[in-house]
Design a protein around this ligand. Structure first.
Ligand SMILES: Nc1ncnc2c1ncn2[C@@H]1O[C@H](COP(=O)(O)OP(=O)(O)OP(=O)(O)O)[C@@H](O)[C@H]1O
Ligand SMILES: [Mg+2]
Length: 248
């Protein structure tokens, strides 16, 4: 295992249909850090997370993904989850008929009403109001997103990928999500924030900027934020990765 690296993508080359979506993408994530992957719409951010998680349709690629020094290639999603890898979706799923409590308990390390309640409190949802609710269309998108995060908190994972944690979330709830990120960091969890929002990017320790499935730049958040603001907004997709410039 490479010292001080929990997750590494090595030259990932992934096509969806005819289109090259991830283009020799090599990234290293350090344990216990909050990393961000930032980039414009269509850059390949969600695809990267789906590929790391091993979702069906994202398992055929060149290159490798190493978690704690071991290749994840060929491992199904549930085995990756057992290794401690989780993904909070850009648009969380609905589970008709399942209560919030059962949903949280399904993956929780400590399966108790107290543990589920603590997690709901952390994401700013009142357990008395939500534990018995169904994880279906009666919950708003923002509520589902926070319930999904509460569930992840109780799993005590090693790596949490959060795909656009701010999408559909109001300002007050977003503060709760940021609190949850700090909570995870204190527990030593590695967090990967996928975003194109400066507010979310600010919460990271280190960032990767990707465009057209390629790494454009990596380094401290302020440098990446400045570069992203100056060169990528508006995005004209003319930023080609410059190997001399990648390390900041
Ligand atoms: N099954 C598919 N076939 C062909 N192209 C696809 C497929 N799925 C995704 N894509 C394309 O891959 C590119 C990357 O998509 P992805 O969802 O990873 O982007 P993203 O960086 O997460 O963008 P956003 O900020 O909008 O969420 C997009 O151009 C998308 O249209
Ligand atoms: Mg996306």
């Amino acid at each position: 295992m490479t010292t001080g690296v929990i997750l590494e993508t090595r030259d990932i080359l992934l096509y969806l249909g005819e289109k090259r979506i991830l283009d020799n993408l090599s990234l290293e994530f350090w344990p216990g850090h909050v990393h961000a992957v930032v980039g414009p719409n269509g850059a390949g951010k969600s695809t990267l997370a789906d590929t790391i998680m091993g979702l069906s349709g994202y398992t055929k690629f060149e290159g490798d993904i190493l978690f704690e020094g071991k290749s994840l290639k060929g491992l199904p999603i549930d085995e990756r989850a057992r290794k401690g890898i989780t993904l909070a979706w850009q648009e969380p799923a609905r589970y008709e008929g399942l209560t919030v409590e059962s949903f949280i308990n399904a993956g929780a390390k400590e399966k108790s009403r107290e543990a589920s309640s603590r997690a709901l409190d952390l994401v700013g949802l009142n357990p008395d109001e939500y534990l018995e609710r169904a994880v279906d269309r009666t919950l708003s998108g923002g509520e589902r997103k926070r319930i999904e995060l509460a569930s992840i908190l109780t799993m005590e994972p090693k790596l949490v990928m959060m795909d656009e944690p701010d999408s559909g979330i109001d300002v007050e709830a977003l503060e709760k999500i940021f609190d949850a990120i700090q909570f995870l960091k204190k527990k030593g969890t590695t967090v990967l924030l996928i975003t194109h929002s400066a507010t979310v990017l600010e919460k990271a320790d280190h960032a990767f900027l990707i465009c057209c499935g390629q790494l454009v730049k990596k380094g401290p958040v302020d440098k990446i934020m400045q570069y992203f603001g100056e060169k990528c907004i508006p995005c004209d997709h003319k930023n080609e990765p410059d190997p001399e410039q990648i390390n900041e």
